[in-house]
Design a protein around this ligand. Sequence first.
Ligand SMILES: Cc1cc2nc3c(=O)[nH]c(=O)nc-3n(C[C@H](O)[C@H](O)[C@H](O)COP(=O)(O)O)c2cc1C
Length: 199
Amino acid sequence: MKTFIVKYLPSGENSNTKKLYDHLKSKIDLNDIEEFDLIKDNVPMFKEDSVTAYYLRNFLGKELSDSQKLAIHPFDEIVRKVQNAERLIFVFPMHNFSLPGIVKMFFDSFMLNGELFNINDESKKQQVLNKQIIVLYSHGGEYPVGSDFEKYDFVRSLLTQEFSFMGFKDYSFISYSTADPAKREMNLEEAIKKIDQKI
Ligand SMILES: Cc1cc2nc3c(=O)[nH]c(=O)nc-3n(C[C@H](O)[C@H](O)[C@H](O)COP(=O)(O)O)c2cc1C
């Protein structure tokens, strides 16, 4: 299955999140993956020229000048990678209850009107995007679903909203809590079992 992996692992070899990722990689066909490493690979950020091009082309349907085409091109490249994949994997640690900034910027770079969602076109609003999405993350604290602390896990709540807004149906969040050394291994094992159920 053509798999596009977007990873941000600032802790490198010592990363807790990488343990989930290494397990997942042991289960998939590595010949069919493309990795986007947010530490090394450039993510476009909206600036005046690119955001103007985006509004003109993707909301107003206007032709772009050559320089405007150039400004929006890096965003189109990311859109293409996301659209071409049959499976999307996101891997990162929780930072300040949410996505690390660069991961949010990656989502902002491909969630484009007319590409991954449609504001104006009624017929395309209810599109269903057939891809499997898996989000692997780790966090120090515990945010169990159904508990009082669930609401502080803005990774899950934000991405649930974003995926369903775009029309994805098959998305899973697999995470584990790392702060308590007495529980860390057990938490990791449980998360690994969830990966095995998904892959
Ligand atoms: C800048 C920063 C912010 C963090 N914010 C949170 C947080 O809001 N909630 C939490 O539970 N853990 C937080 N943590 C802890 C990490 O999410 C946790 O240690 C995770 O397992 C680190 O994964 P890694 O080893 O792959 O980097 C934060 C860590 C860092 C470095």
